[in-house]
Structures are given as structure tokens and as C-alpha cells.
Design a protein around this ligand. Structure first.
Ligand SMILES: C[S@@+](CC[C@H](N)C(=O)[O-])C[C@H]1O[C@@H](n2cnc3c(N)ncnc32)[C@H](O)[C@@H]1O
Length: 285
């Protein structure tokens, strides 16, 4: 396993994924009943932006600029906060609270900031070094359990959560071509054990593989599905991660409408020379 998320921390893909993560959590927080947040590929939780390891591609061969955060969080951190969408304001407040630009919060830190003491975080990370940091970063938090474990095994081990309400973030590195199928198998297992959970899966848009993946999921006719995509480069840029998507099963109401209120704003600021585009689809497309 070569992948280290430190190189990608704060990239456009992180900004997109973390905004959707916050949006889902914010909706779940509107009900008093506690819930569980399961992060199957947690990473180290918090990233030091100036001590990045050697660049490793997220999707193989698709290296981005040496400091990816400059094309992501770096492009929006100084926006006019009062004129930005409310969800973006919330996100920037969280990022600043974790001491950006020195650090950038990963999904576990973002979720931890938002969750109540009555909610519960389960974090799984397979890479030994990343796990050491993760464990250390959350060691004094009573409602956080970090496990040195394969995230797909975590789906079997920790679902259904005792709260019977849950949000499962699946954010793999896509180092191996089998990852797409591994996700599908993992999802089937997860849903068998916990069909009412909200599942969000991040995926890269680089070639035709993402559409093949989506078609396989739609064909399963599992649950209600929401697909959100953001591309910031033209389609013909060779070897680049041109965009990314999130597939959300059982999207909580009114997630779609709320994403529509900030996604165009985000594309306007992140798109390179106004290339790429954004989409939100309900059901198959
Ligand atoms: C994209 S990063 C996660 C970033 C994190 N979710 C965030 O948003 O801050 C993917 C992580 O998954 C880890 N990983 C790779 N394969 C794994 C597996 N099968 N189970 C759990 N973690 C895995 C990698 O070491 C890496 O830290």
C-alpha cells in the first residue's frame, strides 16, 4: 500500500467530499436520536500540510500539482464568507478551527467537530503508520473508536450500529483496479446487515470506469440513490483526475436540494479555466 492521503489533503476532491460529508451530518443532527458515523477508510484524521510524504497518486498515474491543497481549499479559504453558501461557511469555520493553513482536517476530524457526545464515531484504517496517527489524534475522545482494520471487514463487524441510525463514509484510495468491485461487494454486505444506513462512496472520475461502477450499483436496485459529480478539468486531459463523485444510498431529505444550493458555487471557484461541470442525479443515469 503506497497511498498516503497527506499529499492530497485539502485537494478539490477533499473539499467536495468534505462538504457532502458535512451536509449529510448536519441533516442527521436535526433529529435528537443519536447516530453512528462509520469511516471505513479514515486516514490519519488530521494532516500537516507542509510535511507531506512523497507524492503518490490516488488513482495511479494521475499526479496533481505538488501541493494539491492550492487547487482545493486554497481557492476558497479567502472567499467573501458572508456571500458564500451557508454550508460552505460551516466548512470553512471547521477548517479554520483545525488551524488551516498549517493543518487540514480529514473526514474523522470534521465528523468529530460536528457530532454530539451522544453520537458515536467508528474509524477504520489499514495502513499501520496512518493508523498510529489516527489512534493518537483521537485518543482522549470517549465517543471515538479507532481500529487498525480493513474497512470492508469493518462493514461486517460494526453494522448495524447499536443506535440503528448511521452514516457510513467509504473513501478508498483506488490504488488497485479491483477496488471498484470490492466496494460493490462491501456495500452488498453492509446493506444486508443495515439496510437503512446512509452510505456515501467517494469515487474518482478519470476514465469510463466510474460509469461502469455506477451502472453496476444502479443494476442492484438497492435503495434510493443520489449521485453527485464535480469535474474541474476538460474530459480529454490525459492521466488526470478530472473530477470525482459521491454515490449516496438512502440520501436523507432534503440533501439533494441542499447540495444544489452550494455545488454551482463550488464549481465556479474550483474549475480550471471554467472547464468540467457538475451534476446531481436521483436514481440511475
Ligand atoms: C482517501 S484516504 C482517506 C481520507 C479520509 N477519508 C479523509 O477524507 O480525510 C484512504 C485511506 O484508506 C486507507 N486504506 C487503504 N485500503 C484500506 C482498507 N482496505 N481498509 C481501510 N483503510 C484502507 C489508506 O491508507 C488511506 O489512509
Amino acid at each position: 500500500m503506497n497511498y498516503r492521503h497527506g499529499y492530497h489533503a485539502g485537494s478539490f476532491a477533499d473539499v467536495f467530499k468534505h462538504l457532502i460529508t458535512i451536509n449529510i451530518i448536519e441533516i442527521l443532527l436535526r433529529k435528537e436520536k443519536p447516530f453512528c458515523y462509520l469511516d471505513t477508510h479514515a486516514g490519519r484524521g488530521i494532516y500537516h500540510l507542509h510535511s507531506n510524504p512523497m507524492p503518490k497518486s490516488r488513482v495511479g498515474g494521475g499526479l496533481q500539482s505538488p501541493q494539491e491543497s492550492s487547487g482545493g481549499i486554497g481557492k476558497i479559504i479567502n472567499c467573501e464568507i458572508d456571500k458564500s453558501p451557508l454550508l460552505v461557511q460551516k466548512y470553512l469555520e471547521i477548517v479554520k478551527g483545525w488551524k488551516y493553513p498549517k493543518y487540514y482536517p480529514g473526514s474523522p476530524a470534521i465528523a468529530k467537530t460536528l457530532l454530539r457526545d451522544s453520537d458515536h464515531l467508528i474509524l477504520t484504517e489499514l495502513q499501520t503508520e496512518e493508523f498510529k496517527f489516527l489512534k493518537e489524534n483521537f485518543k482522549n475522545n470517549k465517543n471515538v473508536a479507532a481500529h487498525h482494520l480493513n474497512g470492508y471487514q469493518g462493514l461486517k463487524a460494526f453494522l448495524p450500529p447499536k443506535e440503528r441510525r448511521g452514516f457510513i463514509l467509504i473513501d478508498p484510495p483506488f490504488e488497485k483496479t479491483e477496488e471498484w468491485n470490492t466496494i460493490i461487494e462491501g456495500l452488498k454486505e453492509g446493506i444486508k446487515k443495515f439496510s437503512s444506513g446512509v452510505y456515501a462512496i467517494w469515487y474518482p472520475i478519470k476514465d469510463a470506469k466510474s460509469q461502469v461502477f455506477l451502472n453496476s450499483i444502479y443494476a442492484l436496485k438497492l435503495q434510493e440513490v443520489l449521485t453527485v459529480e464535480l469535474s474541474i478539468y476538460p474530459k480529454d486531459v490525459p492521466l488526470k483526475l478530472i473530477g470525482c463523485g459521491m454515490l449516496i444510498l438512502n440520501p436523507p431529505w432534503p440533501l439533494k436540494k441542499e447540495i444544489q444550493s452550494w455545488l454551482p458555487w463550488l464549481w465556479e471557484r474550483l474549475a480550471v479555466n471554467r472547464s468540467g461541470d457538475y451534476h446531481i442525479y436521483t436514481g440511475s443515469h
